[in-house]
Write a protein of this length. Structure first.
Lengths: 168, 679
């Protein structure tokens, strides 16, 4: 598992999934789009079920909600697509990520960053880059490379099995 | 100027020359006294020597000089192009290549040994070799005697003879033709000016006129070929058509010189036409070298990408224009559609390369393997002019080497064995290419003993690839040899190696979106056919709708579209096949395959597609129409998705998936066979 060991601050984009605040490293983010028509790919993993057109390029569309075992919800007026670029098996790949809401680009101070606790977490630790604090809230910084890299394969245990209750 | 480094240019040129040299040498083995080939070989050596010295490849120049000297003896008829000499020259050619590509690792002793072998074959008493005559340009002006036609001279034949000598530009001089009523049909009033670029000496040109020489006007003068930018005035003065003074006077007036001279009565229109033709010929001669340019492949790829985007934008424009009532917008959209289509064709054409350039490389491989294995082998090729995308050609090299090696090593019997079973002693390897629809078929066949079906089956059973005693079709069984590690040398002695590298072949062809067929006839030979798409970038597609989704079927694979009648629909719930003019064609309901939830259209359509001569019907809700499809590959996130070979962007900006026809056909056929087996 990768952990956060840097002592500098981290610039992130914060977004909402099912009422929880997550963050993606800002340097991975290419652009943020309003919802566009999604072409379904029959036979794909539900989590990467579609393709979108981003300025003439065909880009896979992933819904992290399904990756984290959340229910599929119809889009709302706040739904956005965050286009990110991550390395998958050594190849830089552009992916569109669905977010229920996008908040802001912010800086998480080095002092506010913690390593992922091994227990008591609802999310599988390998998906998490580190935990940050913004005021009273915790922010889970996602390791998008890992979230996506197993997305193409059959992997059903999406939620960390030994985490019985919601972190509060 | 920021061109490539000059040494790099030399390396590229030398690589091409060496390739030609090899091809010519191999050809020469078949026709040892073909002067044209000998001259070609000599010229290639000569050029390598010359430019090698110029770019500082001293060792190349020095070594090549000796080879050239030896070959000059052949050129002048003082020595014969024996197979031994050709073999040594081939070795010399490899040595030259080594000297150019990695000079540090090449031992001069090798070169000395080659030269020693060459030396023993040389004619010692020969005078020092003369250099090849460079091509010169001549101005040949002639007028036949008036009664020439009556005595049976045909000027057309004379002109044809001149043309065989080199590049000729012919202009007829018509100034002496009398008015119609005075023309006698048996007399020749025409004169000709021919500008001829040839290596032949003046005497050869004169020989053309040998039989009419006495009474005709004939004037043969050399023209300096380097003077391509010669001004018209200079040409006219040199030809004595007009005086220098008249030219100077005309030039002072600064108008088109030719027109001025005619206006001034100093020059006839015919003479001007002829002089202009000469100017054009000279310029063309120089331009021939600049007739092709080298462009880095990435730039071509970029160009293709841009054209792809243009095609997408254009199809959006088309859609908007279609909805608009503005006639002007419509006509502009049509114009742009035509231009985009032409631009696309041109761009694709630039990427197309004749496959002969690839085939040429294998002649050496066959030649060497034949010597190594002591088998006599003939290689015959066909369809060298078949064009295919450059990217595809480059990636075909390794698979073809594997396949040819396999055919020679394991397909062909030894000479002794062939004699024993009464086959012609010389084994035959055929390598060919042809277009079929939107695909290129490349086949490699041998007339050896064919695949040993029983052994493959028992081996596959041992490895657990198929069940024991299973009844497998030839097609399925032969595909097994592409399994990684299927055949190992010790396991199947007679077939050893069949399959070594075959999984690599399979992988490469898969990556090119191609397929492999194997046909084998025990005792009579094996034929491997590679089916490859013509291009990797843009295809014509048929747009169809299944539920809410739109999909593209490559048009080249589409045979026909038929309606699925309701009774056929009802009847075929259990077994899925259609009766197409007496043939039973299995079909797949794409709605079921894609888990479509929307209600089906009332009138379902079937698109019949084919791959590897097998047909399958694809049931869709609606056939929308043809669509220029720019192929975009799917990302790693969708690597596990079968049925689709890529995606494209439609006119309205949404993404549509491209169906993988080969996969669907296989899937449909397998399912049909299973249904049949189940009764």
């Amino acid at each position: 598992m990768r952990t956060w060991s840097g002592n500098r601050s981290l610039e992130v984009l914060t977004l909402d999934l099912e009422g929880e605040i997550f963050a993606i490293e800002a340097e991975q983010v290419r652009e943020i789009l309003d919802l566009v028509p999604i072409t379904e790919v029959p036979g794909s993993q539900p989590f990467v079920k579609g393709l979108i057109n981003v300025r003439g390029r065909v880009v896979p569309f992933a819904d992290p909600r399904l990756r984290f075992g959340m229910e599929e919800r119809p889009p709302t007026i706040d739904t956005r697509i965050v286009v990110i670029e991550v390395e998958l098996d050594g190849d830089p790949t552009t992916v569109g990520i669905r977010a229920d809401k996008v908040y802001e680009v912010t800086e998480l101070a080095a002092a506010a960053l913690e390593e992922t606790p091994k227990i008591g977490m609802r999310w599988r630790p390998e998906f998490i880059r580190c935990i940050g604090k913004r005021g009273p809230d915790f922010v889970v910084v996602l390791d998008m490379g890992r979230v996506l890299s197993s997305g193409g394969r059959a992997d059903t245990s999406l939620i960390w099995q030994s985490a019985p209750e919601r972190r509060g | 100027m920021t061109g490539p480094h000059p040494t790099l240019v030399f390396r590229q040129e030398a690589a091409e020359l060496l390739e030609h040299l090899e091809a010519d040498l191999l050809d020469l083995e078949g026709v040892p006294d073909c002067q044209e080939l000998i001259d070609g070989i000599f010229r290639a050596l000569h050029t390598i020597k010359g430019s090698g010295a110029m770019y500082g490849f001293e060792r190349v120049a020095a070594f090549t000089h000796h080879v050239e000297t030896a070959f000059d003896a052949v050129r002048q008829g003082r020595a014969d192009a024996t197979p031994a000499l050709i073999a040594v020259t081939l070795a010399a050619r490899d040595h030259i290549r080594g000297l150019i590509e990695h000079p540090d690792s090449i031992d001069d002793a090798v070169g000395t040994a080659i030269l020693a072998r060459l030396g023993t074959m040389q004619d010692k008493s020969a005078p020092p070799p003369a250099t090849a005559p460079p091509a010169r340009t001549w101005r040949v002006r002639f007028r036949l005697p008036q009664d020439a036609m009556a005595t049976g001279t045909n000027p057309v034949l004379l002109l044809d003879d001149l043309r065989t000598l080199g590049t000729a530009t012919v202009v007829a001089r018509t100034d002496l033709i009398p008015p119609l009523e005075e023309i006698s049909p048996t007399e020749c009033y025409l004169g000709w000016d021919v500008v001829l670029s040839t290596e032949a000496p003046k005497s050869t040109i004169e020989e053309v006129f040998l039989f009419v020489r006495d009474e005709m006007e004939l004037d043969i003068e050399p023209i300096d070929p380097l003077d391509a930018d010669k001004r018209l005035g200079e040409i006219l003065v040199e030809r004595a058509d007009v005086s220098k003074k008249a030219v100077d006077a005309a030039l002072a007036k600064q108008e088109r010189l030719g027109k001025l001279l005619i206006g001034a009565g100093e020059l006839s229109q015919e003479k001007l036409t002829s002089a202009l033709a000469e100017q054009k010929h000279l310029r063309a001669e120089v331009r021939q070298d600049a007739g092709s340019i080298r462009v880095p492949a990435e730039r071509l790829d970029e160009l293709v990408d841009r054209v792809g985007e243009l095609v997408i934008a254009q199809s959006r424009l088309k859609q908007v224009a279609h909805a608009s009532r503005d006639v002007q917008v419509k006509s502009i959209a049509e114009e742009i559609e035509r231009l985009a289509r032409e631009l696309q064709d041109t761009t694709m054409g630039v990427r197309m390369v004749q496959i002969g350039s690839l085939f040429g490389r294998f002649r050496r491989l066959v030649h060497d393997l034949a010597q190594e294995l002591g088998k006599s082998i003939a290689l015959s090729t066909f369809g060298e002019e078949t064009e295919i995308d450059k990217t595809v050609i480059e990636r075909l090299n390794d698979p073809l080497i594997h396949l040819i090696r396999n055919a020679i090593d394991h397909g062909l019997e030894t000479d002794a064995r062939r004699a024993e079973i009464g086959k012609p002693l010389q084994g035959l390897i055929r390598l060919g290419a042809r277009h079929a629809g939107g695909e290129v078929l490349i086949s490699i066949s041998d007339d050896g003993h064919g695949l040993d079906r029983a052994r493959i089956q028992s081996r596959a059973e041992e490895q657990g690839l198929i069940e024991r005693g299973a009844n497998v079709s030839d097609h399925e069984l032969f595909q097994l040899i592409f399994q990684p590690g299927f055949s190992t040398a010790d396991a199947v002695t007679k077939l050893s190696g069949r399959g070594v590298g075959m999984d690599v072949v399979k992988r490469t062809i898969d990556a090119l979106r191609g397929t492999i067929d194997i046909a084998s006839n025990e005792g009579r030979g094996t034929e491997v056919t590679l089916r490859l798409p013509l291009t990797l970038a843009i295809i014509d597609g048929l747009l169809v709708r299944v539920g809410r989704g739109r999909y593209v079927i490559p048009l080249a694979a589409v045979e026909e579209c038929v309606e699925l009648s309701s009774e056929e629909d009802a009847r075929s719930r259990g077994r899925s096949f259609l009766n197409i003019r007496g043939d039973l064609v299995p079909f797949l309901r794409l709605r079921e395959l894609f888990n479509t939830s929307t209600p089906a259209d009332r009138y379902q359509k079937v698109v019949i597609v084919s791959s590897s001569e097998l047909r399958v019907g694809l049931v869709v809700d609606q056939v929308i129409g043809d669509h220029q499809t720019v192929i975009k590959s799917l990302s790693k996130l969708h690597a596990d998705v079968a049925n689709f070979s890529g995606a494209t962007i439609l006119g309205d900006g949404t993404v549509a998936l491209i169906l993988d026809v080969a996969h669907l056909v296989e899937f449909g056929q397998v399912r049909e066979e299973r249904l049949k087996a189940a009764g």
